[in-house]
Design a protein around this ligand. Structure first.
Ligand code: G3D
Ligand code: MG
Length: 209
């Protein structure tokens, strides 16, 4: 069995074709890869959401992400189409402008995450997180101006400590032009898949319209 691997860039989407050549038959499988970035204050649960979504695991103790962590997951959309998400976690390096630039570059999707038990993490979505992404998108060398975004309020399992209600999350999602708001718990695996899938789906809904 012999595989060759081709890559091309089309409309900002990385398309990877796997060919299997054998006995005159060519089997071709097309794979769409969308780059997704997670933004939000330290400690809101970005790494935990990724870990739950990609590995179905929640750990109670995480080290601060060093550098850029990239993981990927193949998902199935409503129409049966499959897409690979390349999920980028910037972690503790968010303070370095050069790294943020690399992080945003070529992104199709962004997930803004705050912690429902800390109201300041919701306020920080507007400034710095959303503001900075918009500034990046308006730069002349940015590859795209319209990134699809979603807002996620994490840690809903901590009901007794909750400071942010769903209607505030929904209002903020509208204000920043996000596709929607989802409240989730990485710990209890509530609404985690939904958040990632709804965001990926919104990319195709936007392409269609
Ligand atoms: P970050 O990547 O945004 O910095 P992490 O956040 O994923 O590292 O999570 C920060 C802390 O919040 C971790 O606890 C993690 O276990 C906890 N956490 C993440 N998601 C949830 C959740 O849904 N519910 C609850 N109760 N806790 C969550 P530590 O103790 O390591 O600081
Ligand atoms: Mg992290």
């Amino acid at each position: 069995m012999k595989y060759t691997y081709l890559k091309c860039i089309k409309d900002g989407i990385r398309i990877t074709d796997n060919y299997r050549a054998g006995q005159g038959i060519q089997i071709m499988k097309q794979k769409l890869v969308l780059k997704l970035v997670l933004l939000g204050d330290p400690g809101v649960g970005k790494t935990s959401l990724i870990s739950q979504f990609v590995h179905a695991k929640f750990r109670n103790s995480y080290q601060l992400t060093v550098g850029l962590d990239i993981s990927s997951k193949l998902i199935k959309l409503n129409d049966g189409r499959t897409v690979t998400l390349s999920i980028n976690d910037i972690g503790g390096q968010a303070r370095f402008a050069a790294i943020r630039h690399m992080f945003f570059k070529g992104a199709h999707l962004a997930m803004f995450v705050f912690d429902v038990t800390r109201a300041e993490t919701l306020r920080n979505i507007v400034d710095p997180w959303h503001k900075e992404l918009m500034e990046f998108c308006s730069q002349p060398d940015s590859t795209r101006s319209a990134i699809q975004t979603i807002l996620v309020g994490n840690k809903t399992d901590l009901e007794d400590y909750r400071m942010v209600e769903d209607d505030e999350g929904e209002a903020l999602a509208k204000k920043i032009g996000a596709q929607g708001y989802i409240s989730a718990s990485a710990k209890e695996n509530l609404q985690v898949d939904e958040a990632f899938k709804r965001l990926a789906q919104s990319f195709f809904d936007q392409v269609r319209t």
